[in-house]
Design a protein around this ligand. Structure first.
Ligand SMILES: NC(=O)c1ccc[n+]([C@@H]2O[C@H](COP(=O)([O-])OP(=O)(O)OC[C@H]3O[C@@H](n4cnc5c(N)ncnc54)[C@H](O)[C@@H]3O)[C@@H](O)[C@H]2O)c1
Length: 270
């Protein structure tokens, strides 16, 4: 990590704030950026404020950078008018700029909602087709496709992390399956910044006993998660009545169930 010039987008956000502190501790030379202002951590960090929906800004941001950790965007469901700019146009500007400026690789904050319409009893792998559960999830699925074309066609390597539920501790039963601790996400980002690959999609979850996915590819690349949400399981009792609820029928939970009007049985199994 030492000496690597890394651009961190979404640096004022929940994940970005933690990751840039960790990257500075690792000795990276950091350019941190967000649309909203935030405080500088030290001499190793340059702060650049601006909107990634502005292609010229995205281009200036990528000058002289070796790698990008892309966490900027709208992190929740919304209307297309809310999502198209920060999650689609901003991503196209960033990947174009990375290509133009010869950036070697991008670590991308994707989401488990890209596969949110699989069922909890289906153990999915990164080879399973995307099955997005919302407009937000479609923008993340788009990001993964963008990343793959720019990797395979233009040589901008990409490591897409389908982040589950990022926080210090899980806060619901569902998160016993989807949780990722800050140190485990940092470990995945480290692999994304250093491992030998062209294009990868991995699951951003800790070593959860109740995981709904097989994260074998991440493990092959060296991921050794240190946390397991099961440690917190006693906080969330078994509630049989909850099991039949629509939101519990899909890996995507409430996001998958939101605005749902059709028959869930029509969604094919794996
Ligand atoms: N937190 C989670 O559990 C989780 C789970 C799955 C995926 N993700 C993804 O990881 C990434 C980071 O998540 P987070 O929880 O830190 O979100 P966050 O909302 O806290 O941070 C996102 C940051 O992006 C910035 N941003 C938005 N639009 C921008 C633009 N046009 N130009 C520049 N900056 C812009 C925001 O100001 C914000 O600081 C997001 O892309 C999110 O979709 C997060």
């Amino acid at each position: 990590m030492k000496g690597k010039r890394i651009l961190m987008t979404g640096a004022a956000g929940v994940i970005g704030s933690d990751l840039r502190r960790w990257l500075v501790e690792q000795g990276a030379t950091l350019r941190s950026s967000d649309i909203r202002p935030f405080g500088q951590l030290g001499d190793q960090e340059e702060i650049v404020i601006g909107d990634l929906c502005d292609a010229g800004f995205a281009s200036r941001l990528c000058e002289g950078v070796d790698a990008i950790v892309h966490m900027a965007g709208r992190a929740k469901e919304g209307q297309w008018t809310d999502l198209a700019g920060p999650n689609i146009m901003a991503a196209t500007h960033l990947w174009d700029a990375a290509h133009t400026h010869g950036v070697e690789r991008i670590v991308y904050g994707s989401s488990n909602h890209v596969v949110g319409f699989y069922r909890p009893e289906e153990k999915i792998s990164n080879d399973d087709p995307q099955r997005p559960d919302s407009r937000y999830a479609i923008t993340k699925a788009f990001g993964e496709h963008l990343a793959s074309v720019y990797a395979y066609k233009f040589g901008v390597k990409a490591f897409c992390i389908r982040i589950g539920s990022y926080r210090p501790e899980p806060i619901s039963r569902r998160e016993l399956s989807t949780w990722i601790s800050p140190r485990d996400l940092a470990a995945l980002v480290e692999i994304g910044l250093n491992a030998d690959y062209v294009f990868e999609t991995v699951f951003g979850i800790s070593a959860n006993k109740r995981a709904w996915c097989d994260n074998a590819r991440a493990h092959e690349l060296g991921y050794q998660p240190r946390d397991d949400a099961e440690t917190f399981a006693a906080r969330f009792g078994e509630n049989r009545e909850e099991a039949g609820k629509l939101e519990n029928q899909f890996q995507g939970g409430g996001s998958a169930a939101k605005e749902f009007l059709a028959d869930p049985a029509l969604i094919p199994g794996r």
